[in-house]
Design a protein around this ligand. Structure first.
Ligand SMILES: Cc1cc2nc3c(=O)[nH]c(=O)nc-3n(C[C@H](O)[C@H](O)[C@H](O)COP(=O)(O)OP(=O)(O)OC[C@H]3O[C@@H](n4cnc5c(N)ncnc54)[C@H](O)[C@@H]3O)c2cc1C
Length: 400
């Protein structure tokens, strides 16, 4: 093994978390920060819901990675394949090895399309699409527009996923569109979720039950789509617990969301929790690895039990930076993340409710003046214009 280069801090992944942490470390005065990121595009994924719902262009969610990479950061255009936390090295796809003093791990979550039988081969055709991929989100909108009658199925898989609200948001946007077209009455809309209620917080679930009833959506709780037969255009629904349903549903369009887990190379590494999801095992408050004090993780690849969102990253990043700083100065990590996450749930083409909560599912509204558990128009403007502006101009620059 030959080390190609050593950097003071190596960040794996130049997505939402990686760029935010790099920018904040530079602002704190750190240098020699390398970001290992293979993609030449950076995505603001929250917009993909609006793309699938016909309310935004896919191109507005993407910018060249070179434009968001802080000028003083060293961009290594490569893919990490393994990590040796005893030797303080990461190895990339071309066998190049990088050594670090400290490592920040944030390569995002892996989309396990193959864990739902029949899904992978039908993606993008036969009425099956997913907002979980940049190239497919516009297809979702195509299929929504083409559906004038029949049956539409929206699915949420079991297990942790990024943006737990995304599987249901698109059901509301589609229903709103079909209602405006006068065809909602001719479409059976099914929403299949593995949870006991549509949302884990009572008052928000109550609001969403009203939205669901208003559109006439048939909600299947404690159930999961386990296989897709594109030829007969049917999905198999399997109960995941008490109150669930075992059935088959026909579909003319299907919005699919894959099961998700840590990237396989993380699962196979000493950094992993070692369970089926295999995330990087960090302390849920300090974001520091539980066995390797010079390793931190945040974002979708970390084991912290929060809702996996960019909003969570915004609160995690300053904690990682402060505790890295403490680590280098020989102090115990004092900064804490308390599980803040936020899920902007668009309920129509002009309304949204903003679920903000912590580890204990306490509601933590940023604007207590507006009842965040109910849909409001100002929130919709926040989603379409305010949050993307905040993301590109402040969060990625380490300013928010
Ligand atoms: C449809 C959809 C809707 C969403 N809606 C919202 C929302 O409304 N609000 C919200 O806050 N969040 C939302 N999210 C979630 C949000 O986008 C993610 O939680 C956030 O991007 C996580 O940041 P991250 O840096 O952990 O991962 P990412 O932003 O996914 O970045 C991971 C980066 O790591 C890179 N990478 C991967 N593997 C490797 C490797 N082996 N080596 C080096 N680099 C690697 C990738 O190329 C990528 O650039 C949504 C997501 C989706 C898909």
């Amino acid at each position: 093994m030959t080390v190609k280069a050593k950097h003071h801090i190596v960040i794996v992944g130049g997505g939402t978390a990686g760029i935010t942490v790099a920018a904040r470390l530079l602002r704190k005065g750190y240098s020699d920060i390398a970001v290992i990121e293979p993609s030449d595009q950076h995505y603001y994924q929250p917009l993909w819901t609006l793309v699938g719902g016909g309310q935004a262009k896919a191109s507005t969610s993407a910018r060249p990675e070179a434009k968001v990479m802080p000028a003083e950061a060293i961009w290594i255009r490569n893919t990490v394949q393994s990590v040796d936390p005893e030797a303080n090295t990461v190895t990339c796809a071309d066998d190049s090895v990088y050594e670090y003093d400290a490592l920040v791990v944030c390569p995002g979550i892996q989309l396990d399309w193959n864990k739902t039988e029949g899904l992978e081969q039908t993606l993008g055709r036969d009425g099956v699409s997913s907002n979980y991929r940049f190239d497919l989100a516009p297809k979702t909108w195509d299929f929504i527009q083409k559906t004038r009658s029949g049956s539409a199925v929206f699915m949420m898989p079991s297990g942790p996923i990024k943006c737990g609200g995304a599987p249901q948001k698109i059901a509301y946007l589609a229903s709103d569109y079909w209602r405006k077209q006068g065809v909602l009455k001719d479409i059976d809309v099914h929403l299949v979720v593995p949870t006991p209620r549509i949302f884990g917080i009572g008052p928000i679930a109550d609001s969403l039950d009203t939205v669901i009833a208003d559109y006439g959506i048939q909600l299947h709780t404690m159930s999961e789509v386990t296989s897709i037969d594109a030829d007969s255009r049917k999905v198999t629904v399997t109960a995941v617990g008490e109150g669930g349903t075992d059935t088959t549903l026909p579909f003319d369009m299907l919005h699919a969301v894959p099961r998700q887990s840590a990237p396989d190379w993380i699962k196979a590494s000493p950094l992993s929790t070692g369970d089926a999801n295999g995330y990087v095992e960090v302390d849920k408050f300090t974001m520091q690895h539980v066995r390797y004090p010079n390793v931190f993780a945040l974002g979708d690849a970390g084991s912290t039990p929060n809702g996996k969102t960019g909003a969570a990253v915004r609160k995690q990043a300053p904690v990682v930076v402060d505790n890295l700083d403490a680590h280098f100065k020989g102090r115990p990590p004092a900064a804490e993340y308390h599980g803040y996450s936020s899920c902007p749930i668009v309920t129509s083409s002009h309304d949204m409710l903003l679920a903000e909560f912590d580890y204990d599912f306490n509601i933590t509204p940023s604007w207590p003046i507006i009842d965040s558990t109910k849909p409001h128009r100002p929130y919709w403007y926040l989603k379409k214009y305010g949050l993307p502006f905040l993301y590109w101009n402040f969060m990625l620059k380490g300013l928010a």
